[in-house]
Design a protein around this ligand. Structure first.
Ligand code: 13P
Length: 243
């Protein structure tokens, strides 16, 4: 079984999200994958649409969440709403959150600890910034991100990790398969082989077949190429065919 998760980022308005989900639901019904779990991470404005898709054939996620129950945190959204709205998964620590909104490993850890108390799946995003750094540097970066994010956390039964080297996001560039394989082996080792590992960064219909050759890869987190529901599910067909 492999995951194919779309991160729609801030690309769709509320109504566009609704149209997208309608299309996703009906096309996914036709596809009827046996070996692919489809998911979509929506922006907060579309979060309540989850209630309209009670009987859905995809995982409904959001791209961020705050760790406090309630209080004076202007502009934040409480995990309590995610629970009430039956959200299936939350992206935590995406590189855009780290870079543009200064999210630290410590904040990411607090968010994961809070999610741990719910039945929501946290998808922890990690990855190095520098291209061509030595194996040791790159391994230390991702190990460090994982150890800090998971300090005092015990969600291995639900946690998913997405490896996303930031220099491959949104630009059509992908690392060599052996580099992703190396990242997967580091992540699996540090999490006692208990956590599914996804790859994210410029995944498309053109390169997904080659990426499927990667050993121990459990799926993909897709940005730009997920925005067209039909094209997104075509990637699901390629995964299904190659399984
Ligand atoms: P792109 O697929 O657009 O490179 O985005 C990847 C990503 O950020 C997934 O979280």
């Amino acid at each position: 079984m492999k995951y194919l998760i779309g991160n729609l980022k801030m690309n769709l308005s509320y109504l566009e999200s609704q149209n997208y989900l309608n299309e996703l639901q009906s096309l996914n019904k036709i596809k009827n994958f046996k070996n692919v779990i489809i998911g979509a991470a929506l922006s907060f404005d579309a979060m309540s649409l989850s209630l309209q898709y009670n009987k859905r054939n995809f995982l409904f996620g959001v791209q961020n969440i705050f760790y406090k129950e309630k209080g004076a945190y202007t502009g934040e959204v409480s995990f309590r709403s995610a629970v009430e709205l039956n959200i299936d998964f939350v992206l935590i620590g995406h590189s855009e959150r780290r870079k543009l909104f200064n999210e630290t490993d410590q904040l990411i850890n607090l968010k994961i600890k809070q999610i741990e108390k719910t039945s929501i799946i946290p998808i922890l995003c990690i990855g190095e910034d520098q291209e061509n750094c030595s194996d040791k540097v790159f391994e230390d970066i991702i190990k460090n991100q994982i150890l800090k994010a998971l300090e005092d956390v015990d969600v291995y039964n639900r946690l998913i990790i997405s490896y996303e080297p930031t220099y491959c996001i949104g630009n059509g560039k992908i690392p060599q398969n052996y580099h992703i394989e190396k990242a997967i082996s580091v992540i699996k080792k540090i999490t006692n082989n208990q956590v599914p590992v996804l790859y994210g960064g410029s995944v498309s219909q053109k390169n997904i077949e080659k990426l499927l050759e990667i050993k121990d890869l459990d799926g993909f987190l897709v940005g730009g190429a997920a925005l067209d529901a039909q094209g997104f599910l075509e990637m699901g067909s390629i995964i299904e065919k190659n399984n």
